[in-house]
Design a protein around this ligand. Sequence first.
Ligand code: SAM
Length: 268
Amino acid sequence: MAEQGRIGTRDAFDAAAADFAALGRHLWEPLSADAVAVADPQPGERVWDACCGTGASAIPTARRVGTDGLVDAVDVSGPMIRGLRDRAADLPPLHAHEADVTTWEGGDYDLVQSVLGIFFLPDMEAGTRHLLRAVRPCGRVALTVWRRGAMDPAGGQLALAVAEVTEAEPPGERPARPIDRINQPDTFAAWLRGLGLSEVDVLVRSRSLSMTPEVAWLLVTGSGYRGALAELTQEQVARVRDRYLARLHEVGLTELDVTTLIGTGRVR
Ligand SMILES: C[S@@+](CC[C@H](N)C(=O)[O-])C[C@H]1O[C@@H](n2cnc3c(N)ncnc32)[C@H](O)[C@@H]1O
């Protein structure tokens, strides 16, 4: 996703929370449905949904585990967790917690899952190892990441629009990030094996997002891209919106690749 300016991940997602659920119908919910189908939570299981947002994967998981099961849904953003509590008031197995997953102390889970979360952790590998330590022996892990190239064209046009409006230098090639090491099926599988998982499998779930002006702008305001607007005035935000949408039109970006990789494995 685009750089988040000088503000941090939590601030970006706090600001995005209001539009996160509206974007969710188009993006987070279908991608999470793919992830939950692969993770396959069973009645009575104990699940940790790490970086849960407003519950796109935690809610269907809680329905699957039922009243004999438990889902600890953890997110560092208070507004996200409040949104999840509102949406899941009638789901007793779901427990929503505002906390940093890298210091969460729950354990003995049958399944630990994280949909589009691990690459936000300050140290992706150490943070993921912490997630894996919470799985019971022989328990399962399901981690979803963007496939290489997904989302980037929109982030690139947004960064150019912000630079234009703020009269900053146009951004060059986006800097390398930890996700670049794991955003192809073979590199992701090798990384998961390197973390000690057995029975590793990586599935590609091809999806695209129809970029109507409404959805294209929700993609900015209801995701981590929101951070790119944090230091702008309202008038600048309005101009960024116009320039971003005009740029998408100019380059003919009507469908955005939002393909994910779902990596699964078993803790030894
Ligand atoms: C792209 S969203 C995905 C949310 C959700 N899994 C979904 O698919 O709808 C990433 C989420 O990770 C959360 N997050 C990032 N770093 C975190 C951390 N260290 N601890 C807990 N949550 C974190 C953000 O607040 C945000 O809600």
